[in-house]
Design a protein around this ligand. Structure first.
Ligand SMILES: Nc1nc2c(c(=O)[nH]1)N[C@H]1C(S)=C(S)[C@@H](COP(=O)(O)OP(=O)(O)OC[C@H]3O[C@@H](n4cnc5c(N)ncnc54)[C@H](O)[C@@H]3O)O[C@H]1N2
Ligand code: MOO
Length: 417
């Protein structure tokens, strides 16, 4: 490894040290899907809020436990979901699922375990019914005063269901990191309707980053494509900062070519480059800098898979710090086949986690690992990481597996074999 090429772990340490946890704000729960809780949520209400029936049937009470089959009772009233407080004095009350239990009654018999007697206002029980049977008691799901969600929870639909049920209108959530995306290269065409001139290609890194960053908890505040000159890039940087970007992600122009101007532009605006080149594949020419004013810049190499790896293994860990999330722990899975590499770099491999015919999980490293090959990324559902100092792994060896994004665990595909 050349002297100026950092080991991944050292580069990541620099990124994490430069990343600062963001403050928190109140958010309306309808707008909080995917946001990270900055404080525990403790309830001031209970769930269910009142004793209610789990069945359509008849509510009753009894000194005997159980009230036995064959007992006959007069029907004294009816209670539907939404009806308020009523007081019952014995007998049976026709009750609907979810209806508040009449005060004084303590059990429910389902309608199909009863028989209407000829008078129609009287029933006979066809089964025993014990104290508390088919009654959902107040607080049995969530007791009053309980902590229901812990700080650090990434709010998913099931959490919003719970918060809605509890009547929580707002939660305290960490700010979303504000990120700008700048794609460089005069070969790039943004408009899919525009025909390509010879030498041109379509911009695929921009749409990828714009789609992946929000899934990683960030807010994309600016996105722009620029040609191959320093001054256009510097102006784009200014527009990104004016839009409030705390993190700028650029793609392209960080390698050895004549038009690889990002390092030069950074020097010109007085940015501090914290590292340039990491012992990884793909994405080795990755650059990390702090701009005047403290925004962070990740200069990702332009090859599409170098962009995906830079986002997944450098930017997402930084976003986790900003969001107040702990360091990610990889999952471990057995390799589906032997793997060999002959370069002492840390490899990030487009992979598929799948379930074999015996139901066992296996990680398959896909063909086509070159950093220009987009198609295998589209087939992948996971990243397998092989450390720099490992040259060969037998089939079945446990490897580190990461989901497509830090908030997503790969869902294994069914067997390919
Ligand atoms: N002499 C050397 N050449 C290269 C080296 C090296 O060490 N010595 N490293 C190679 C590696 S590894 C990578 S990765 C690339 C990185 O190059 P740049 O960051 O300067 O990126 P570009 O040259 O601008 O682009 C590389 C490649 O990616 C395509 N590209 C760029 N932007 C987009 C986009 N938004 N959407 C789709 N494709 C994009 C671009 O057309 C190039 O094909 O350098 C190697 N060379
Ligand atoms: O680092 Mo580059 O992405 O290997 O081609």
């Amino acid at each position: 490894m050349s002297q100026d090429t950092l080991a991944y772990e050292e580069a990541l340490r620099i990124v994490l040290a430069a990343s600062v946890r963001l403050p928190a704000e109140d958010g309306a729960i309808a707008a909080c899907l995917g946001r990270v809780l900055a404080a525990d949520v403790t309830t001031t209400t209970a769930l269910p809020p009142f004793d209610n029936s789990a069945m359509d049937g008849f509510a009753l009470s009894g000194d005997a436990n159980p009230v036995t089959a064959g007992t006959e009772l007069d029907i004294k009233g009816e209670q539907a979901a939404g009806d308020g407080v009523v007081r019952a004095h014995g007998g049976a009350w026709e009750i609907m699922t979810g209806a508040r239990m009449p005060d004084g009654l303590d059990r429910v018999i389902p309608v199909e375990q009863t028989e209407r007697l000829a008078s129609a206002a009287r029933i006979r029980l066809l089964a025993d019914v014990a104290h508390g049977q088919n009654v959902r008691t107040a607080g049995s799901d969530v007791p009053h005063g309980e902590t229901v969600l812990a700080a650090g929870t990434v709010l998913a639909p099931q959490h919003l269901m719970l918060l809605a049920a509890l009547g929580v209108a707002k939660v305290f959530v960490t700010h979303r990191p504000r990120v700008a995306v700048l794609c460089t290269g005069r070969e790039l065409v943004d408009d899919p309707a525009q025909a390509l001139a010879p030498g041109q290609i379509r911009n695929s890194n921009g749409p990828f980053l714009a789609a992946r960053l929000p899934l990683a908890g960030a807010e994309v505040v600016h996105i722009e494509t620029v040609g191959d000159d320093v001054s256009a890039f510097e102006s784009a940087l200014r527009r990104a900062l004016d839009a409030g970007a705390q993190v700028i992600v650029s793609s392209g122009a960080v390698s050895m070519g004549r038009y690889d101007f990002v390092p030069q532009a950074l020097e010109h605006i007085g940015a501090k480059t914290l590292f340039h080149k990491v012992a990884i594949r793909p994405g080795k020419p990755l650059l990390f800098a702090r701009l005047p004013g403290d925004a962070l810049l990740f200069g990702l190499p332009g090859n599409p898979i170098a962009v995906a790896v830079g986002l997944r293994f450098f930017i997402e860990p930084a976003l986790r710090v900003m969001l107040g999330l702990p360091k990610e722990t990889p999952r471990r899975a057995p390799l589906a086949a032997t793997y060999k590499k002959n370069v002492r770099l840390r490899f990030h491999l487009k992979s598929r986690l799948h379930i074999d015919s015996q139901g066992r999980l296996a990680a398959e490293v896909l063909d086509g690992q070159e950093s220009y090959r987009i198609r295998p990324l589209s087939d992948a559902n996971a990243w397998v990481v092989v450390p720099a100092d490992v040259d060969a792994l037998p089939s079945g060896a446990l490897v580190d597996v990461y989901g497509p994004g830090h908030l997503e665990f790969p869902l294994p595909h069914e067997s390919l074999a």
